[in-house]
Design a protein around this ligand. Sequence first.
Ligand SMILES: [Zn+2]
Length: 566
Amino acid sequence: MRQSILACLAGSLALAACQQATAPQDASTQDQTATAQSGGDRVTTADINEADLRHRIAALADDVFEGRAPATDAGRAASDWLAEEMERIGLQPGYGDSYFQPVPLLEVTLDPEASSFDIAHEGAPLGLNMSDDVVYWTKLAEDDVEITESELVFVGYGVVAPEYGWNDYEGIDVEGRTVVMLVNDPGFMNPDGELFNGNAMTYYGRWTYKFEEAGRQGAAGAILIHQTAPASYGWNVVSGSWTGSQLDIVREPGTGSFASVESWVTEDTARQLFALSGLDFDSLTAAAAQPGFQAVEMTGLTASGNLVNATRTLDSRNVVGVVEGTERPDEFLLYTAHWDHLGTRMRFDTDDHIYNGAVDNASGTAAILEIGEAFAANPPERSVMILAVTAEESGLLGSAYYAANPIQPLAQTVGGLNIDAMLPTGRARDVVVVGYGASELEDILTEEAAAQDRYIAPDPNPEAGYFYRSDHISLARQGVPMLYADGGFDLREGGREAGEAMGANYRANRYHAPGDEYSEAWNMEGMVEDVTLFYAVGSRVANSDDWPNWYEGNEFRALRDAQRPE
Ligand SMILES: [Zn+2]
């Protein structure tokens, strides 16, 4: 595999060979492939423009990079391409004399043929089907993982939140048992704002938190019930994302406790389980969203499984380039975007197995390169770090690794902007801030947006928890003020109706699907305007000696104040 890709990347002559080997491609795809491979003759300019963004999105989303999975040769080739591009546009290596910060990852690949996981009622297996009824995996770095007749317990949302006086594990010992949990948090069912953060999902609503907490509680198995509304994505995303290799950061022995088997089941399967143990699904899940909920034994149900895995550790890379500041070079403004996506996945409903990730996140990666190129041509007073992180799709791993192993001290990191998944919707009057009302960076954004005759607005889907679903959160959780904004839905042509229709279409048909592909037909005007805005915000910060902070009362303010005492 490595040999053939390198042959292709070495120059257009080999191009003819590759294409013959693969399915015939249409004209525009051939241009894209040429763009991706012919490194030498890339032509971009220092101003922020459509052609540059198209060029880079087309290159990164090209089939040749096979969906940029972090642990693959094609993914590695994509990160090579990124480093070449950083060097070409005048960014300095950001990790010593290298553009690569190695990120050690643990890859665990389940062998679905040799593995089994099922639930039995009174000892009789139900015969759950992988992908249709359940998806399961393990985070343990072991070739063989087993659980046997582990009793099921429904623990509601599976949350321990002292600040909300909430503990779903109160009064029950789940050591060695299998917990069954709901996705999102109790605020979702009580949008009036009385519980948790109302309709805006908290970190407690995220699948990452649920499995972390189940592990901390000593559970042997953890089952998350998929429901489309509270999850904000369909079962197709679950079966697409959690089958195949699973990545995690390499953990020191004894750190990070996980249930042996982690899994999702469909709502239908969950309803079947509740009925078999004589429980009413609707009334019990409603009760789970009320204070005082008590965990419930799912009598007669046990989980057993034998997971056969191939495990290996490997190095993926954060790709990092720097523009050195002219006045205060030891102060850094950060731009982040994840370069990885889902790679290739076997599907039975289409021949297209490549998850190109054009919107998610070739768009954001192209944007931070374009911004880096503009700063390289016009260096500001402070330094600017362009950080393309890896393994976001596996749980924000590259950014979590950076935040735990920062190249530049976080106390010297003034703040940052994260760009993830820009939709080619055309120009919008609004700019959506995910996690609206968090930091003083929004004050600068408001002013710069006004200069474009635009206004900033909260995320219209706070229940989806996007604030906890991209790389800014890894830095924010270490105290660094981070802004995650995106073009909005109030389109200049077609208004909110058109914008929301495009958003819904993307979520339904292309989010984490092979259909997320680049097209020459994309309307890039909105993206160009947004990237120009994000550059303007950064330029304000990088040419000032202000230290924007989180607003008073924000969950990360105390961390920052401790990091940067006056
Ligand atoms: Zn993304």
